[in-house]
Design a protein around this ligand. Structure first.
Ligand code: 3NM
Length: 229
């Protein structure tokens, strides 16, 4: 990346704050509830970043998927919370999203960074120190590390790794912003942060509870995260 492009990047300390309580959501995770309602409640509870991940059985496609992305993004904009898109760079650019999150199976981080420019957030899932280093070299703003605990929300999740990789990356001196993901509950959030994560990314602990409990659930997460920082 050129110096000028690097200069546009979101500052790491700001990225760390955005990762504190990171909601990953798509309609298949909402168990029949309106995803917009779940996202609005989660925003009211204080989520700091939202990722649109419309994947898995029953996932919307085409214009319905596009329309849902716009509705959720609009709710996030009203609260000043960044909205990013999983995998689909075309969708992210079409809606003017705040960033993209990619896995190791998707386009390379370098290719995605070139497409989205310096100002948008780029997150990359990493499972080894080598993957972590490569993602950072290619322009990732943050790393997603998981699955920390068993998860039912991702069919092709890698083997559970506990908090080991988070601590290993920190002990190797890799200081990039990182978020833990996979099976994280409020009760476990403190352990994930103490192992070196800047925050936690969750699906089911927020989207899988009754809609009336989402807001207090998110607040409970934030309490545990703040205690552990
Ligand atoms: N990515 P839940 S685990 C989307 O390991 C995702 O990279 C993972 O959902 C990874 O909070 C996961 O319900 C699912 O366990 C997280």
């Amino acid at each position: 990346m050129t110096g000028a492009a690097a200069g546009l990047r979101i500052q790491p300390e700001r990225v760390r704050e955005l990762l504190r309580m990171y909601l990953v959501v798509g309609s298949p995770n909402c168990r029949g509830a309106d995803p917009l309602h779940i996202v609005e409640e989660a925003l009211a509870g204080g989520v700091t970043l939202v990722q649109f991940r419309e994947k898995g059985p029953g996932a919307l496609t085409g214009e319905a998927r596009f329309a849902l992305a716009l509705r959720l993004q609009d709710a996030c904009r009203r609260k000043g919370v960044p909205f990013i898109v999983n995998d689909d760079v075309d969708l992210a650019l079409r809606i003017g999203a705040d960033g993209v999150h990619i896995g190791q199976e998707d386009e390379s981080a370098g290719e995605v960074r070139a497409r989205i420019g310096g100002r948008r957030l780029l997150g990359v899932s990493a499972h080894t120190p080598e993957e972590a280093r490569r993602a950072v070299e290619q322009g990732a703003d943050y790393l997603g590390i998981g699955p920390i605990y068993p998860t039912a929300s991702k069919a092709d999740a890698r083997p559970v790794q506990g908090t080991r990789l988070l601590s290993e990356l920190r002990s190797l001196g890799i200081g990039v912003p990182m978020v833990g993901i996979g099976g994280i509950t409020a009760a476990r959030a403190g352990d994930v942060v103490r192992a070196g994560a800047d925050g936690v990314a969750v699906i089911s602990a927020v989207t899988g509870v009754p809609a009336g409990e989402v807001r207090t659930g998110v607040k409970g997460f934030l309490t545990k995260i703040r205690e552990a920082l």
